[in-house]
Design a protein around this ligand. Structure first.
Ligand SMILES: *Cc1c(COP(=O)(O)O)cnc(C)c1O
Length: 456
């Protein structure tokens, strides 16, 4: 088979600024060993996130120019609404400035003390919004999902038996919605099968609990279903996405992911009363219901991006380009979550640095070394992000210690990626010398964004 190539040409480029290893040691120290605090111009390959970092197409940029900036009833809103509706078939579509704004609105209304929100894995902002409302977030990931080295097609699936048990234990009346994250970002970018979504839907229906989808990477998930699930080989990604949403009562979305937009998001739902409450909050926090915190040009870019994201030449390249990183890591037996997910490679820091215990943050230490070695910025998804303290102040570790290298959409070429894998290999060769970290400052919520560290 021939190489699967980028299905686009480059029209506009941005420079990369190079630094030396000595300079990067100082940069990292100034950033208190937290990659979030490094200036972007000091990063060579930025894999911090795939969120809002996509390269827009010439069509999207043309749409930006066409954007209708009318305060009310903008034609860009109707283009956006019609596109979202064609995929989700939801009657009520509410634009927001990004995914977490959708979450804030939704959980302010349906959250609160004594409530439980059950998911395969809640993303960090989703969990934070749930907890901020006073409610509790519960992750019920399938057993395969917590075994990094195990190869299985749908490691993002929810554990349906535990869901049923959880509802029995806590009572359906205390569970306002069940939420499935597709793909499962915090759990390795792993997809959820259509069969699993249908099974969760059936449990929800039996207990009269609405099902919401955190739809940030719906197109990547739909493509995995096409590749891996029987009966979907000959369906289009658009048809698979429509089926996916047909089982849901609502969704939250960050258009910074599978819409190729640099900003944006939405909430969509079937319940008119809930939509009314959401719009009331939207007006005081985001904006009028036909722009919701976005410019008309953003709505236009999202509408166009949502169609481009479902093009199968793009998705074939996208999924293969991530798998390619895994193939390279396999040459040196470098541990990562297998198989590779849709938008990122997740290095298994627990296996990479077995001599560093969870409370000394192996994932964070690995992030720091990737930066020093090659100016690569990734993000820890482990005890820094999800760790808690017990009553005695001891660390309760996260289930996995990962370093996520998220690949921005349509941004880096194969030689950039070859460089990345060379840097990872170089760090792996000197892994025994790498030391852990301790926290010197942290905030109470989402501490990973602003925490400061010291080397042990
Ligand atoms: C990014 C993301 C969000 C939040 O979206 P923002 O646009 O960053 O606010 C929610 N859920 C998942 C799965 C995400 O990846």
């Amino acid at each position: 088979m021939k190489t699967i190539i980028e299905p686009f040409k480059i029209k506009s480029v941005e420079p990369i600024f190079f630094t030396t290893k000595e300079e990067r040691v100082d940069i990292l120290k100034e950033a208190h060993f937290n990659p979030f605090l490094i200036k972007a111009k000091n990063v060579i390959i930025d894999l911090l996130t795939d969120s809002g970092t996509s390269a827009m197409s010439s069509e999207q940029w043309a749409g930006m120019m066409r954007g209708d900036e009318s305060y009310a009833g903008s034609s860009s809103f109707f283009h956006f609404e019609e596109t979202v509706r064609s995929i989700t078939h939801m009657p009520f579509i509410i634009p927001t400035h990004q995914g977490r704004a959708s979450e804030k609105i939704l959980f302010s209304i349906i959250g609160g003390k004594g409530k439980y929100f059950v998911s395969n894995t809640l993303f960090d902002t989703t969990r934070a919004n749930i907890e901020f409302s006073g409610a509790e977030g519960v992750d019920l990931l399938c057993a395969e999902g917590n075994q990094p080295a195990l190869i299985a097609p749908f490691k993002g699936n929810m554990d349906v038996a535990r869901l049923e048990q959880f509802i029995q234990d806590k009572g359906a009346e205390n569970i306002p919605i069940v939420m499935i994250t597709i793909t499962n970002n915090s759990g390795g970018g792993q997809p959820v099968s259509m069969e699993n979504i249908k099974a969760v839907r059936a449990v929800c229906t039996a207990h009269n609990i609405p099902l919401f989808i955190d739809a940030c990477r719906f197109a990547e998930n739909a493509y995995f279903i096409k590749l891996r699930e029987k009966g979907y080989e000959n369906k289009t990604v658009f048809e698979i996405a429509q089926e996916l949403f047909s089982y849901a009562d609502g969704c939250t979305m960050s258009a910074k992911k599978d819409a190729f937009a640099n900003i944006g998001g939405f909430l969509a739902m079937k319940d008119e009363d809930l939509a009314m409450h959401c719009r009331n909050l939207l007006v005081i926090t985001e904006g009028f219901p036909t722009y919701g915190g976005l410019a008309g040009r953003d709505l236009e870019a999202i509408a166009i991006g949502l169609k481009e994201i479902m093009e199968e030449d793009y998705l074939r390249y996208r999924i293969r380009s991530i798998e390619y990183i895994g193939d390279k890591l396999d040459i040196d037996n470098i541990p990562y979550i297998k198989p590779t997910g849709g938008h990122a490679v997740y290095l298994d820091a627990k296996a990479f640095l077995p001599h560093i215990p969870a409370h000394e943050f192996p994932g964070q230490a690995l992030c720091c070394e990737l930066f020093i070695e090659g100016g690569i910025r990734g993000v820890e998804i482990g005890t820094v992000m999800f760790g808690k303290y017990d009553a005695d102040g001891n660390t309760i570790p996260a289930p996995m210690e990962l370093v996520r290298l998220a690949i921005p959409r349509r941004v880096y070429t194969q030689s950039h990626i070859d460089y990345v894998t060379e840097v990872i290999s170089a760090v792996y060769k000197r892994r025994n010398e790498i030391k852990g970290l301790k926290i010197s400052y942290e905030s109470p919520l989402l501490r990973h964004f602003t925490a400061k560290f010291e080397r042990l």
